[in-house]
Design a protein around this ligand. Structure first.
Ligand SMILES: [Zn+2]
Length: 206
């Protein structure tokens, strides 16, 4: 099965995507945003698959090219990699909403939360996830501190049946993202659905 079919099958069929259903600030995420919106955009080629990931990432998404990059070493049998792919597909969801330029830190927070809801449902560990806010000193290069805070917030929301995660609850997550060297200088992300400049159309097909 080619990578495109594997992505579509993952988005359409993985049962844990049912748990990815929340609001954070003004952003709403629900299962059909993946199962239908992103899966269909990948199927029909509005979102193009590539393999040019940054650094050692398993996946990345380029809003300007509408391109989902999946590393040749990505493993669809790895839960960790599926979480990363879902994270990137969340960036695609927000790009498809055409909300214009918006905070990159908020966009990342939504993506980390989606990843955390997905993994918490799969692992079934909402009750045993410690509810201890992650300190900024845990902000390691690999992003583990950010993920741990997203996991805390998602697990708590699942335990308490909370749909809307408010700004206070997510404030520490945002500050961990804003303080991380990988994100610090990313002030905003575009969101323009499938509008591309001439240059980005060329780049997309490399
Ligand atoms: Zn991201």
């Amino acid at each position: 099965m080619n990578v495109r079919d594997q992505v579509v099958r993952f988005l359409k069929t993985h049962p844990s995507i049912n748990a990815v259903n929340f609001r954070f600030k003004s952003y709403r995420i629900w299962p059909d945003a993946y199962r239908k919106d992103v899966a269909d955009a990948v199927s029909r080629g509005d979102i193009k698959l590539g393999s040019a990931v940054n650094d050692d990432a398993a996946a990345s998404y380029r809003q300007d090219q509408d391109r989902l990059e999946i590393s040749p070493s990505a493993n669809f049998a790895s839960l960790h990699h599926l979480g990363l792919i879902l994270h990137e597909c969340t960036h695609a969801v927000l790009d498809m909403r055409a909300i214009g330029r918006h905070s990159a830190f908020e966009d990342e927070a939504v993506a980390y939360l989606a990843q955390a809801f997905f993994l918490t449902r799969t692992l079934g560990d909402a009750r045993t996830t410690p509810d201890i806010p992650v300190p900024s000193s845990a902000n390691t290069d690999d992003g583990a501190g950010i993920y741990r805070e997203a996991k805390r917030v998602a697990a708590r929301a699942m335990r308490t049946g909370t749909y809307a995660i408010d700004g206070n609850e997510g404030a520490n997550l945002i500050s961990l993202i804003a303080g991380h060297p990988h994100y610090r200088d990313q002030k905003s992300y575009p969101s323009n659905r499938f509008n591309r400049s001439f240059l980005y159309n060329l780049a997309r097909n490399i």
